[in-house]
Structures are given as C-alpha cells and as structure tokens.
Design a protein around this ligand. Structure first.
Ligand code: FAD
Length: 408
C-alpha cells in the first residue's frame, strides 16, 4: 500500500479546504490536501459569490479580481439584487461604482464547475501535496495520530497525520467518525437547483433575483444570471418548515416555474439545461462543535453556512483563513490540542452571531418573518435607499479590510 506521513491533512478541496490550504501555504506550512473528485467538477449550488467570497479572494491576492476574474467570461459580474414580491412586483437594488473603482463589483455568478477549478489552481504546490481523485474511505485515531485509508487510481493509500481538517462538505467523513453527522431540520435547508437558458426579463446589470412566495416563509426561489444567457435557478427552505407544511421542495420548485403568477411567464420560452438537482445546506445556527484534540472543521462540514441567505462559499473560505492561523499556532506550540486551538470556535462564531440570532428569531415567528420580508424586501422604497447607502461600506470591507483574528 502507498503511504504518506504528514503533520496536517485536509480532506476536501472545495472552497473551504482549498482556502485552508492556500492560507497555510502563505504561512509557509507544509500539508497534504486530498479530494475524491478530479477537477473541474460540478457542485450543486446557486453559484453566487457574495461579498464574503470577494473579501477572501482579495485576501488570497488583491489582483485576482481586477486581473483575472473581471477578464474571465465564466465569471458574470452582478451589480445588485432584485426582490420579487408574491404579487409579482420587482424591486431592483443596484450599485454604480465610483470612478477608478469600476472593477469593484459586489457579486459574481460563476458555475462551481469553473470557480472551484479556478481556486484549486491557487493551491501552492511548493508547500501543498495536492492529490485529486483520492477518496478517504476510513478514519481511525491511534494515540496522537490519525490513520486514514484513501483510494485513488493506484489503489489504496495510507495517510498518517497529527491534525485532520474536515473540509469534506455536508456529508463529511470526519463528522461521521466523530459521530456528529446529525441533521436538525430547524437548522438545515432543503434545496434544489437547475440550470436554464433564455429566462426572460433579466436585468441588464445581472441582478441576483430573489422571489419570496406567499405561504412559504423561511425560504426563497432564486434566479442568478450566468454568462451566455444561462441562469442558475433554484429554491431552498428550512427543512422543518417544508416538513411541517407537508410539501415537497422539488415539486414546489417545478410548480413555481410552470404556474406561479409571479414567475411562470418568465419561463415560457426558456429551456432547462439538465435535471433538477437536490442537496442540503447545513446552516450555522446548528452551533456544531468545530474543533477538538487533533481535529478542526471548516465550511459545510462545520455547518458554517449563513442561516439567512444560504450562502456558504464565502463563510467556508473565511473558516479556512481563520483555521490556518490556529493551525500555525498549534504548530508553534508543538501540539494540536483543543486547549491550543479551541478559540478557533469563538473566532468563527463571532462572525455569525448576529445572523444566528436573527434566524432563530424568524424561525420562532415564521408568520412575522413572511410579513416583514414581503413588506420590506418586496415592496419598500426605503430599503432600496438603505441598500445604496450601505453598499459603499460593504464594498470597502470586501475590497480593503483585513479580517482580524484573535488567537489568544
Ligand atoms: C442548492 C444550493 C445553492 C447554494 N447557493 C449558494 C450560493 O449561491 N452562494 C454561496 O455562497 N453558497 C451557496 N450554497 C452553499 C455552498 O454550496 C456551500 O456552502 C459550499 O460549497 C461549502 O464549501 P465546502 O468547501 O465546505 O464544501 P464543498 O463545496 O461541498 O466541498 C467538499 C469537497 O470535499 C470532497 N469530499 C467529500 N467527501 C470526501 C472524501 N471522503 N474524501 C475526499 N474528498 C471528499 C468533495 O469532493 C468536495 O470537493 C448553496 C448550496 C446549495 C445546496
């Protein structure tokens, strides 16, 4: 059997694992990173890069957006959002950049097929041993060491390491080993996605569109514009609400497209590309334990998706950034114990706290949440004004402000 010995092994090279690797390399720390898939590969997602993703891309290298992404046809710049009320009324919120900052776009839409492949190319192979097509099959802990068996095209591979980083998404092998791969439907979204071509009525500024259907709180239907006249179309909702109201997310999605008066006319001349694909979203309000002796979780494996928006690319990348700093701390201390790295938990959760609180409030008052969303997002001029005012500050943070991590 092939054998690899390393201090640090990252399982998974989605945005969270890849970011952990990139930021470890920036600190000069050698490690192994494995992924079951061979890139490029698809991942069921809305394909929207939010401002947290943009902030993290700027942490990787501030020239990436102006020099690479802005010139790459697979990245569609989006200048704002459209909310659609149950009555079918559109409110468009968009931003016009200041002179000299034309590249400072608030959002991009890019298929994960392209984005994840773009990101893995930033892995620094001088310090990272990156093995694609390598699936971790089993994990055991023997004393202070982890022993993993992974399979690749050459057969089985035995990996021995001291620190294991679980970046292997919602179905994480490390979570299963820890006995914590439980689903709490109140803190999990059921979602579906389908690619479409020629959806009508898209805005020239490529707005991200959110439709808040009546009678279905704690969720939304989206249309995110991709390059080439394609769109990522999907629907997601808190799983418990769907279960309590006894409806099937996939069928509900199809009904919006075929017969919902606010939406269906946009799809009359559109064509689906591929099937409706389903996947779950583990949201941060679950408050999963994210660090222990010899292990650390990032991204979806850590249940680190924004509970209000369902966006997890940026939060996943940010957990990778923070994790790399705590791993460096462990390396310096000569141990990867929870007592050395435990404040990783505080540092990641403090960035999610406000969202977790508001999500839990809306969950307890689902009817009120529906009223607020429909009144304020669907149909309110002041929200539009507020959006324009806030956008300047949000962009400054995304493009210029360093994430501060307190290791003590
Ligand atoms: C329908 C839908 C829409 C979404 N829309 C958005 C959106 O618009 N914007 C946004 O920011 N977020 C969105 N999200 C959330 C986002 O997709 C995730 O939060 C994000 O992918 C998390 O990144 P990750 O790196 O933690 O995990 P993943 O992207 O899932 O990557 C995990 C990696 O681990 C690998 N892996 C798994 N098991 C093993 C194993 N045993 N051995 C080796 N490798 C393994 C996989 O191959 C994969 O490459 C959406 C999610 C869904 C389901």
């Amino acid at each position: 059997m092939q054998q690899v010995k390393t201090n640090i092994c990252i399982i998974g090279a989605g945005p969270a694992g890849t970011s952990t690797s990139i930021f470890l390399s920036k600190l000069g720390i050698e490690h192994l990173i494995v992924d079951a898939a061979t890139f490029p590969r698809d991942k069921v997602c809305g394909d929207g890069l939010d401002m947290k993703s943009i902030r993290m891309l700027n942490h990787i290298d501030p020239t990436i957006i102006p020099e690479e992404i802005a010139k790459d046809i697979n990245f569609n710049p989006s200048w704002g959002m459209r909310s659609i009320s149950p009555k079918g009324k559109n409110r468009d919120f968009y931003y016009t950049p200041e002179a000299g900052k034309e590249f400072q776009c608030p959002f991009f839409v890019t298929k994960r097929f392209h984005f994840d492949d773009f990101l893995i190319k930033k892995i620094d192979t001088k310090t990272a041993d990156f093995r694609q097509g390598t699936k971790v099959k089993s994990i055991v802990k023997e004393g202070d060491n982890w022993k993993l068996i992974a399979a690749n095209s050459n057969g089985d591979l035995e990996i021995t390491c001291k620190l294991l980083v679980g970046a292997d998404g919602d179905h994480s092998t490390l979570l299963r080993y820890l006995g914590d791969r439980k689903i709490d439907r109140n803190h999990y979204w059921s979602t579906v996605r389908q690619y479409w071509k020629n959806v009508e009525g898209m805005h020239e500024k490529n707005l991200l569109e959110f439709y808040f259907p009546k009678g279905k709180p704690m969720g939304y239907f989206w249309i995110f514009p991709l390059a080439n006249g394609e769109a990522n179309v999907g629907y997601g909702i808190t799983s418990q609400i769907a279960a309590d109201r006894n409806y099937n997310v996939r069928n509900t999605f199809k009904e919006f497209i075929s017969s919902d008066p606010a939406i269906a006319h946009r799809f009359k001349n559109a064509e689906p590309i591929g099937e409706v694909e389903g996947w779950g979203i583990p949201i941060a309000s679950l408050r999963r334990k994210v660090v222990g002796d010899g292990w650390l979780l990032v991204g979806d494996a850590a249940s680190m998706v924004s509970p209000n928006s369902g966006e997890g690319i940026g939060t996943g990348m940010m957990t990778g950034y923070i994790a790399a700093k705590f791993i460096a701390k462990g390396l310096k201390a000569g141990n990867f114990t929870e007592s050395t790295m435990g404040n990783y938990s505080r540092e990641v959760y403090k960035r999610m706290e406000n969202e977790i609180k508001s999500y839990n409030f809306y969950l307890r008052h689902a009817g009120l949440s529906e009223y607020l969303v429909n009144t304020f997002l669907g149909d309110n001029f002041f929200w539009q004004l507020q959006f324009k005012r806030s956008m300047k500050g949000w962009l400054k943070t995304a493009y210029e402000k360093e994430v501060e991590v307190n290791l003590d």
